[in-house]
Design a protein. Structure first.
Length: 195
């Protein structure tokens, strides 16, 4: 993240995202595939790390091997295979949605995962219970732990969408997009930006 100053002189926290150039590799239609979608490829890759099937698929779009290929359903604008989409596509927009995979934090306890307070006081003879979950359920009925009980477990590494992020600045010569606020994932994560 970085900060930029707006017209009033206030500091605005921003995330800098490299957008494109993305190459249109395939257009899916209702007649051929049963639904309408567009397939985009991004980030250069060496030819020796690409399968022959993928090389044949990308040669139809007259493009070099790419690292990331995604499909966006219900795309309304008419594109052709081989067209290049850059950051200029977002010029007239002021609000965007960004989705990506969050940072994985591994197996975490209930205090970090759900914000439990723990036992706090070490009173009534309790020993080493400060960050434990406490009681999990009732006794004779229902005689089990109910579904949905908040417990320790895997945290992060899930797909999250941040909606309505304001566009602060667009730098077309470097394909950079500055959005106010944070986006999911760590540095170098692939993101999907939607209008």
């Amino acid at each position: 993240m970085t900060t930029v100053f707006n017209d009033q002189g206030k500091s605005v926290p921003c995330t800098v995202i490299e957008v494109g150039p993305c190459v249109v590799t395939q257009i899916k239609t209702v007649e051929n595939d049963g639904y309408r979608a567009i397939q985009l490829a991004y980030d250069e890759k060496k030819e020796k790390h690409t399968s022959r099937a993928m090389m044949g698929h990308l040669k139809k779009a007259k493009t070099t091997p790419k690292r990331k290929i995604i499909e966006l359903k219900g795309f309304v604008k008419d594109w052709k295979p081989g067209d290049v989409i850059t950051v200029d596509y977002f010029n007239d927009d002021t609000w965007l949605d960004v989705s990506g995979i969050t940072k994985g934090k591994g197996f975490q306890g209930v205090v970090k995962r759900h914000g439990f307070g723990g036992v706090n006081d070490a009173s009534h003879g309790q020993h080493n219970r400060n960050r434990h979950p406490g009681s999990l359920g009732a006794s004779s009925f229902p005689s089990r732990v109910m579904k949905g009980m908040r417990m320790a477990g895997q945290t992060g590494g899930k797909k999250v969408k941040q909606i309505n992020l304001r566009v602060v600045k667009i730098i077309p010569e470097d394909n950079l997009l500055l959005l106010k606020g944070s986006v999911p994932g760590s540095k170098g994560t692939y993101l999907i930006i939607e209008k």
